[in-house]
Design a protein around this ligand. Structure first.
Ligand SMILES: NC(=O)c1ccc[n+]([C@@H]2O[C@H](COP(=O)([O-])OP(=O)(O)OC[C@H]3O[C@@H](n4cnc5c(N)ncnc54)[C@H](O)[C@@H]3O)[C@@H](O)[C@H]2O)c1
Length: 174
């Protein structure tokens, strides 16, 4: 499959690299210019055992690349994962600003059917909010579905946590 991951931080980078490693073509998008420049030049901004090797292997195989351009990601993928921050607020609720921003950016460049998969940690019904935002800002009424794909990786063993389900079932990411 062709996959875009919006947000190339801990979750997005690990997920994207692991998807690429099982054969998908992955575009990791981020709006942090320095992060994308580092990734494009082969520098990995976080340390995770095994991650650097997975990233380098898949960049070399042309299955993994990095961009700031969300249109590039949306145009060239069938499924778009959202993996941006969802920090807690002072009142204990979750700040969905980053998610809403991505939903709006996706909606502005969405021209044909895509699946939008939320990987960020969010409260129930966030999918409905994301769908509402996309519907509101997409001028051509493009078709889409929003699904939830919650992330459970642990920092320090993120690559293993992401690939272990593939190893166990042999089909989750294929
Ligand atoms: N890190 C973990 O161990 C972990 C585990 C499970 C779930 N989560 C959840 O996953 C989500 C992501 O967490 P993380 O640790 O990867 O965060 P992170 O801060 O490491 O990465 C988020 C990335 O999103 C980028 N970003 C923000 N807004 C953007 C936009 N509009 N367009 C493109 N990129 C944008 C940032 O520049 C950053 O690189 C959060 O909801 C978090 O709660 C994290």
């Amino acid at each position: 499959m062709n996959i875009a991951i919006v947000g190339s931080g801990y979750v997005g980078l690990v997920t994207g690299a692991c998807f690429a490693d099982v054969g998908h073509h992955v575009i990791c998008v981020d709006n942090d210019q320095q992060k994308i420049a580092a990734l494009q030049s082969g520098r990995i901004p976080i340390y995770e055992p095994g991650l650097q090797e997975v990233v380098h292997r898949n960049v070399s195989s042309h299955r993994l690349r990095f961009t700031r351009n969300i249109k590039d990601g949306v145009d060239n993928s069938e499924i778009i994962f959202i993996a941006v921050p969802t920090p807690p607020q002072a009142d204990g609720s979750v700040d969905l600003t980053y998610i809403e921003q991505v939903a709006r950016e996706v909606s502005e460049v969405l021209t044909e059917y895509r699946v939008i998969a939320d990987k960020s940690t969010v409260p129930v019904k966030t999918g409905e909010k994301v769908a509402d935002t996309i519907r509101r800002y997409n001028k051509i009424g493009a078709d889409f579905d929003v699904v939830s794909s919650p992330e459970f990786l642990r920092e320090g063993s993120a690559e293993a946590a992401t690939t272990a389900p593939v190893a166990r079932t042999g089909r989750i990411c294929r």
